[in-house]
Design a protein around this ligand. Structure first.
Ligand code: FEO
Length: 412
């Protein structure tokens, strides 16, 4: 298949995106062993042309060459931009120069970004949102407000006549395969899940909100912004997103709250504290607590455990006035997760200065955890029986708060 030709995906809707087989890291945090694609589309009607998203700047020549095979620039009536991240908006400045009569359709949140990427104040644009519709010739496009998937300004749209969902980043994969359609490409399941985990999982509440909008549609084909276009079993992929966004461990009922206690220990002192805190947490009915030694846990397991936890306690000794690296590695995993509603606190045994629990607490606050207004549990060296009793009470109090005990929490 020739990379330089548009590909008709349904009647009069064409793929005009670009393939990037050689990219190996995307957005700094993602490995892309199979490359990727920047999907863009062109809709032809009797009354003019609509361009749907663009490509990364360095691929714009390929994008414009495809447009020129289908229409002249003065036929372009609208440019719909579902997402203004540069991998999809890189060619917008040049496109609106070449098609200066075209109106740009974006979400209301995208307005300042559009001005920033084009460096122009006189762009002809209009904001669109759920229930707004565009009709041009024989195509009717309904807009859907789907923020945070994956930036605040993102939206989706639906072509009524073709039952086609332009999903934006949603349902994408960083997976280059010139065969383009899900029923023709190789096995991209790992990439689809990996993309969800890294791009969508931190916004899973927004995913569920978007699914409520998609559930009202009859979807035959999903035209994503990355990777395969999904036409064989669109609902299989929609249900995977629903399942992943709702996931709870199979053995724990939704009536239980999950508290995960992570600890590092040099001389078993912080571990003894962790065990007493665990006992205190477990004494609260409906709490299911677990202990994890941070020295021996894989990153993917950390992410999964953090994801499922309602409450997170981190215990560590202080070494050279800092928390050791595995603690920061754990907290860095929060980048991949939704923080909303998670409660956190810290504890640790120390020899001299004992700064680490406060450092953890500060980091939790900056990540927008709910941090109850109680002191971190700090004990100098070996905990006494009374101090272990205090740890028990600390765990119990924390668990009651996770369980819904009313307290005032300053989230600033
Ligand atoms: Fe594919 Fe969020 O850009």
């Amino acid at each position: 298949m020739n990379h330089n030709k548009p590909i008709e995906i349904v009647d009069n809707i064409f793929f005009i995106g670009a393939f990037d087989p050689d990219i190996r890291t995307f957005d700094i945090i993602m490995k892309t062993a199979n490359g990727s694609s920047y999907n863009a589309y062109l809709i032809k009607t009797e009354e003019g042309v609509i361009i749907v998203d663009t490509v990364k700047l360095e691929y714009q020549n390929e994008f414009f060459a495809k447009i020129e095979q289908l229409c002249s620039y003065d036929e372009i009536k609208y440019v719909i931009s579902h997402h203004l991240e540069p991998d999809h908006a890189g060619a917008i400045p040049e496109l609106i120069k070449r098609a200066s009569q075209a109106k740009v359709l974006i979400s209301p949140q995208a307005t300042p970004m559009l001005k920033a990427i084009t460096d122009k104040d006189d762009i002809d644009f209009e904001s669109v949102w759920t229930n707004k519709t565009l009709t041009l010739g024989s195509k009717t496009i309904k807009f859907l407000t789907t923020p945070y998937l994956h930036w605040p300004e993102t939206m989706s749209s639906y072509v009524v006549e073709d039952r086609l969902l332009f999903s934006g980043d949603v349902f994408g994969s960083h997976y280059y395969d010139k065969r383009l359609f899900d029923d023709l490409v190789g096995d991209f399941s790992y990439s689809f899940k990996y993309y969800y985990d890294h791009i969508m999982r931190p916004f899973k509440t927004y995913v569920l909100n978007a699914l409520k909008l998609y559930d009202k549609l009859d979807i035959n084909i999903i035209a994503t912004l990355h990777g395969p276009i999904i036409r064989e079993k669109p609902y299989k992929y929609i249900e995977l997103y629903r399942k992943w966004s709702l996931d709870r461990p199979d053995n724990i009922s939704s009536n239980n709250k999950i508290i995960s206690i992570f600890y590092l220990t040099s001389y078993k002192n912080t571990r003894d504290m962790a065990e007493s805190i665990f006992d205190g947490a477990e004494s609260v009915k409906t709490i299911r607590a677990s202990l994890y030694d941070l020295a021996s846990i894989e990153e993917q397991n950390m992410i999964n455990i953090l994801e499922e936890s309602d409450g997170i306690l981190i215990g560590t000794p202080t070494i050279n006035a800092d928390a050791p690296k595995p603690v920061w590695d754990l907290l860095s995993c929060m980048m991949y997760l939704e923080k909303k509603g998670k409660t956190g606190h810290s504890f640790g045994s120390y020899g001299w200065s004992g700064e680490a629990p406060k450092m953890i607490l500060d980091r939790m606050k900056s990540l927008h955890f709910r941090v109850p207004p109680m002191e971190s549990m700090k004990i100098r060296l070996i905990p006494t029986k009374d101090e272990l009793k205090n740890c028990y009470n600390f765990g119990r109090e924390f668990a009651e708060i996770v369980n819904g005990k009313m307290i005032e929490i300053d989230m600033n």
